[in-house]
Structure formats: structure tokens, C-alpha cells
Design a protein around this ligand. Sequence first.
Ligand SMILES: [Zn+2]
Length: 258
Amino acid sequence: MHPRGCISFLSIGGFDLREQIEVLASLQNVDREIKEKSVAKGVLLAEIQKREKEIQAKRAEKALLKDEWAERDKLRQDKERVLQEEGRKAMEKRMRMNRIKNLKELQALQREIDQIKESNAQLEEELITVLEDLEARAASLKEKEEELKKLEEEWREKLGEIETQVVTIEQAVAEASTLRQAIAARLNGDLIARYELIFSRRGGMAVVAVSDGICQGCYMNIPPQLWNEIIKSERLNLCPSCHRILYHKPAVPNDKQI
Ligand SMILES: [Zn+2]
């Protein structure tokens, strides 16, 4: 970059530099619009990703609750089966008692029946605990399912809105890109290349007006000699401080700076 920020642009021969910079400023307007829209689209896509990740997490939580419930329910089934089998065994033993006359054998059988009764009573206690636990788990599973369902419904609606916004943005960007091509066709290729480099390095602002002797890109004062050069517009003048392309825009009431 030239130390005085004043660059001779000989290859621009055949083009009116003042007009070229004005066209460049309108190219910048379009580029800024494209940039803004791309950022907006990025925000929307990030929101989609974030929300879908949240829903995935909720689905995983629900699946975990369901698995835990199923595991406990299997325990319930096991206990019920044991209870039933032991009950059946106790009944068989009681029937056998009717056929046995030997007292010792009867007493032994009675002890076995009592043991079964005792262990079944304990099993029943355990089963009640498991059933209570299952009930609580079923309630929180249902709550989670409802929460998820609501979230999915809300999100489906919101996603539709966001997708419409994305499509609108994409259409606007496509239109802006067509417009950009038309504007770019009027510009010198080297000038566009230089502009694009500055645009990408300087936060999407490469061409700036000088107003009251101040660069509107970095708000630094422009030396009087450079200001004269800018008015003459024979060369491409860069701001010595922010290296953006400077141009003079005659003041018009209510005119907005580019
Ligand atoms: Zn500047």
C-alpha cells in the first residue's frame, strides 16, 4: 500500500474514476445487503440447529425414562411370577397334607408352607414398593411425553415460519446477486478486486465518503492535500488511517451517507 494512501490507477484508463467509485459505492450497498442477509440466514439456521438439539435431548430424556420404567416393570413381572409359583407350591403342599397321616411329615410340610407364606408376604411388600415406584415413574414419563409433544408441536409451527423466512432471504440474496452482476459489469476488474479485498478486511465497508474533512469509515481527519486529490478524483485515494477507498459526495439535504 502506498505510504500516502494515494494510489495511481492507470489500468482504469477509459473509465471515469469518479463515476467508477460511485458505481462501486452502489455495488457496496448490494454487497452489504447480501452480507446482512447471509448473517440473518446464519442466525436462523443456528436457531434451527439449537432448537432441534434441545428437542433431541428431550427425546433422549424421555427414552431413558421409558427404559427405566420398562426395567422396573420387568422386576414387577418377575416378582409376580415368583409369588404365583410359590403360592401354587404352598397350595400343593396343603393338598399333600390331606393325604399325610405321619405327624412328623405333617409338621415338616407345615413348616415349609409357613416359610413360603413368610417369604411371599415379604415379596408382596416388595411388590407394593415396586408398584408404587412404577406408578411414580409412569407419571413422570407421561409428563415428559406431554412436554415433548407440546415442544414438538410448537417447534413444527415455528420451524415452518423460520423456513419461510430463510426462503425469503434466499430469494432476496438471489435477486441482489443478479443486481450485483449487472453493477459489477460496469466496473473495472482491478478496481473490484481491490474493493473486495478491502471489503473483506474492513468489516464490509470498503468505499466511504469524506464528510467535513472526516473519513466516514474511521472518523479520522483527512489531510488537506489528500482532500484536494479526492475532489480532483484523478487517482484512487485511500484513507491513510483505515485504507478504505475515499470519495467525495457533494452534500445534499437529507442525504444519507453510504
Ligand atoms: Zn478512514
